[in-house]
Design a protein around this ligand. Sequence first.
Ligand code: NAD
Ligand code: 022
Ligand code: ZN
Length: 375
Amino acid sequence: MKTRAAVAYAAGKPLEVTEVDLEGPKEGEVLIEIKATGICHTDEFTLSGADPEGLFPAILGHEGAGIVVDVGKGVASVKKGDHVIPLYTPECRQCPSCLSRKTNLCTAIRATQGQGLMPDGTSRFSIGKEKIHHYMGCSTFSNFTVLPEIAVAKVDPDAPFDKICYIGCGVTTGVGAVLNTANVEAGATAVVFGLGGIGLNVIQGLRLAGADMIIGVDLNNDKKEWGERFGMTHFVNPKEVGGDVVSHLVNMTKRGADQIGGADYTFDCTGNTTVMRQALEACHRGWGQSIVIGVAGAGQEISTRPFQLVTGRVWKGTAFGGARGRTDVPKIVDWYMAGKIEIDPMITHTLTLDEINKGFDLMHAGKSIRSVVVY
Ligand code: NAD
Ligand code: 022
Ligand code: ZN
């Protein structure tokens, strides 16, 4: 069949919206009509050429929602008409990682996904004779896409595509980092570094978990209002703190008879390795946990003094908020439908596919929290 898609032909070039050939689903695969897709940082990271693993030409996009329109042989978990969210972290429920119950990083299709291919080692996308790569196993910048059955989560058909697409990455990453990775308890104190599309979802996850003190840190004062909108209780702009931001945060979180400061939980949502160190060191000695969510540039390293860890601080990372996609994503959609979490105000811009490059410009300029393309 033919489909319309935004194609990334080369690093640093704008996407080109054009007609693409798409092969139907093979065994264990499903054909999805994408109804809406968010534009996220990784798409920009890959398009810019900074991603050493980026492949071209490719159809980017990994934050979508749509409808199953066809299924290949042997597909049993979804059927035509089901509403689904594509998963860049699949859930096969059979690989050693899925069976371990200790991680969400399913390995079933990992090798081929990283090569921009379907599990059988081929691509479903082409233009004439030219092969086009899949991206993060999703390629949601195409009106139709093919995905492995294990990489789709079936969700409530009443949920609006143009909002729940954000659950395909940003919402699940932020809320999941709080509930799955950190396992924050009621009454906790927390610091969130970076109040963008991820940090704001960490904040609403903390509110959901019943955290008491939620400190947001951002260089941009406009983010104060944004943070407060989702449950932030205090705001810190490092540029306006006289001196070291870590000691400032430790002072703000002093409690108990011993007056030792530091947060129970901190989250890096910037991808900046200096901030990652600040986040670790702003944790409480003995039990503070710092969660790295931000993805740093290729080749970057983090450092701290071992003393920070010897005195009981824990440094952790999270991918897709530790969520097991087919199990957890439908639940997050239900939370949205029940009003337990908010999404609508974070979607600051809605675009057509032809306007998709505008979404990248808005992200660059820091003018959007999330831009969503509606097909
Ligand atoms: P964003 O650009 O919308 O937000 C980043 C925010 O950090 C901005 O508000 C910016 O002002 C602020 N900031 C920048 N430098 C800062 C500093 N030194 N101190 C304090 N604040 C600072 O980005 P986003 O969409 O929220 O994504 C954040 C990060 O999360 C990215 O690195 C992204 O790749 C990553 N991410 C990771 C996962 C995962 O599974 N681990 C999933 C999605 C996104
Ligand atoms: C999504 N991300 C950032 C913004 N939006 C993002 C990027 C990378 C990961 C998660 C989220 C990530 C963390 C750990 C891994 N990835 C490796 C997983 C593994 O090896 O099992 C990651 C993922 C997918 C891809 C690359 C890296 C890919 O499909 N190319 C989950
Ligand atoms: Zn993303």
